[in-house]
Ligand binder design. Sequence first.
Ligand code: DGL
Length: 269
Amino acid sequence: MTSTGDQPIGIFDSGVGGLTVLAELRRQLPAEDFIYLGDTARLPYGNKSAGVVTRYAFENTLYLLDQGVKMVVIACNTATAGSLDRLQTHFRRSILGVIEPGAHAASEASRSGRIGVIGTTGTIASGAYEKAILNRRPGAVVHGAACPLLVPLAEEGMMDHPASGLIIRDYLQPLLLKDIDVLLLGCTHYPILRKAIAQQLVDGVRIIDSAGATAQAVREDLVRQDLLRNSMGRAGTCRFLLSDRHDHFRHLAERFLDGPVPDIELVTY
Ligand code: DGL
């Protein structure tokens, strides 16, 4: 099937995390229409086996393609780590993940080459970031740490809760002992907790996430395929679809997208 520039871009995550990528996409591509799918019925993905997450990722991708999107952005590291290659081979459509862009941004940002990566249990166990960073920067030393409690904290909107600070400190301490100069947020939920994470870091450690670099990769892919939307001055729109109700979604979406969020549709697939 041939795509056209007027079609929306599909983007999915297990829940609210992908909003951090959507915010950057909208900033860099203001004329594009987006369909955001949060698989809140099956959240979290990070502690599930790779086979199960791959099945969810297939179903999400199929659902978005059925909605007529011209491209799918997997705004989830766990799903990217386990299923990007398979999705690309199976669907033969433009499907982009967040790990290559994140690895690129971290490799560029680090001076010493000592890079810390935090992510879900699934992402860290996959070794996908270490592989992607070493491909770009063979001498780098990558230290990973799984932080399974951070997704529920972000989903609950506990950005400013003291418990978040304590948990983050506990997770980060072993990494900080490794003298890293970049901390890569290898989960799209973590930028929601950026302030609390920054408070636990020592001077000289930069926080990097994959959102900006992913949006840039999406733009490049659209340009390459001549699929950028010709807006004629009209601002892009965004539809929000969730696979189950989520009490904090609207609040978090409005905070991250910096504006009112229209109807949130509940979908079954
Ligand atoms: N935001 C996702 C990620 O980047 C998934 C988190 C989860 O559902 O555990 O990995």
